[in-house]
Design a protein around this ligand. Structure first.
Ligand SMILES: [Fe+2]
Ligand SMILES: [Fe+2]
Length: 389
């Protein structure tokens, strides 16, 4: 045996025709399991069958051995720190992975960049400032899952695979907004310290619970609401296409975050107070977002068609957007089983224009008009329709 465990005598034995065949004769994993492809192909759900579909809540091993394989004794401990299924799982994670893979798109090829036309300078600046902010915040949603991925037990491999798709999706979002800033003569705008401070809050989160709540549900939920607004206020079909494609990706990340929190709280309702504390801190983002000119004014200018019009309309467009962002956030919390209506850490001026929050959905009746389908819109696109806009 070598230091790493390689059995060099085996080479001699094979030379003499003595195959080991232990892997063939002593196989203990389940035999005779045959997965049937569903309509769109062979999905993760299709192969979650027999013992292979059983995912332990608290796996005893911390190994990269595939779940369900015959694992040799003495496998090394990989040092995973997330070893409880409820810490990362969501009931929709397999479907979200399939959808992510089937809806990959290219910021190089799938955006009609050559159709960009010259915009009035204020509108171009506004679009570029918005693209700067988005290019800045998108990358934290790659960095966060990347920071935690290697700590997640391989038993929950589907959740790890989904987070890998998120890393790629957010790289693409960073790319597409950076490209938009540079594609039409405006260039990059300002990056603000207050925005960076919130990004740091996510990266510095002491555990996955906190970071995922702040990012998947709160932060990305806000970004999803902004993308929805962006599609409406896009100055040309080029930006419309950008927002629409990003929105597809973002909806998956928010669907994971919301359904993961629900899964977590259903299994341990005593964690609700911890999550309330994370959101008490994180909701400051809402104040930051709506009091930072570099974030809010470009949208006002784009929505109203120019600086002068934005000055005349005042905060009208921003009021509508703010109300929408906060309402959708509260609805997602309710869907996850957390009632934030009475604890929302938002100063009074930010609630102006928002409908009575006591009338918003509760965890007991979480359905809502505007988000209906957001958590269920996870059916993989048919094969070949990978850019399903
Ligand atoms: Fe994103
Ligand atoms: Fe995202």
């Amino acid at each position: 045996m070598t230091q790493t465990g390689a059995d060099l005598d085996y080479l001699d034995r094979v030379q003499n025709g003595q195959l080991d065949l232990g892997w063939l004769r002593e196989c203990k994993s389940e035999w005779g399991i045959r997965a049937t492809p569903s309509r769109i192909g062979l999905t993760l759900r299709d192969i979650a069958i027999g013992s292979y579909g059983h995912i332990a809540d608290s796996p005893t091993l911390r190994t990269m051995a595939p779940r369900g394989s015959d694992v040799e004794e003495g496998v090394p401990d990989m040092g995973y720190t997330i070893n409880q299924k409820a810490e990362v799982w969501s009931d929709n994670v397999m479907e979200l992975y399939e959808e992510a893979v089937s809806r990959q798109w290219s910021a190089t090829r799938d955006i009609p960049w050559r159709d960009l036309t010259e915009l009035p300078p204020d509108l171009e600046h506004a679009m570029c400032q918005l693209a700067t902010v988005l290019s800045e915040v998108e990358m934290v949603a790659s960095d966060f899952p990347a920071k935690w991925l290697w700590r997640i037990n391989h038993e929950f491999v589907e959740a790890k695979m989904f987070l890998c798709t998120q890393v790629m999706a957010e790289a693409r979002h960073t790319e597409v907004f950076r490209k938009r800033a540079l594609a039409n003569g405006g260039g990059l705008g300002r990056a603000r310290a207050v925005v960076e401070q919130f990004l740091k809050l996510i990266l510095d989160a002491e555990n996955y619970d906190e970071g995922s709540a702040l990012m998947h549900l709160l932060g990305e939920g806000i970004v999803l609401s902004l993308f929805r607004a962006g599609e409406l206020l896009a100055p040309s079909p080029v930006e419309k296409r950008i927002f629409r494609l990003c929105m597809q990706d973002e909806a998956r990340h928010v669907a994971y975050g919301t359904m993961h929190l629900r899964y977590r709280l259903e299994r341990d309702p005593s964690l609700a107070e911890d999550f309330h504390a994370y959101f008490d801190k994180g909701e400051e983002l809402l104040s930051v977002l709506f009091s930072t000119p570099e974030v809010i004014e470009p949208m006002m200018v784009l929505a109203s068609g120019g600086v002068k019009q934005a000055e005349e309309l005042g905060l009208g467009a921003a009021d509508i957007l703010r109300g929408r962002v906060i309402e959708e956030y509260l609805q997602r919390c309710a869907h996850a089983g957390l009632d934030r209506r009475g604890r929302l850490q938002v100063p009074e001026p930010l609630l102006r224009g928002l409908e009575d929050i006591t009338s918003l959905p509760t965890p007991e009746s979480p359905t809502s008009g505007s988000l209906e389908g957001e958590f269920e819109s996870v059916v993989p696109a048919p094969q070949g329709a990978n850019h399903g806009a």
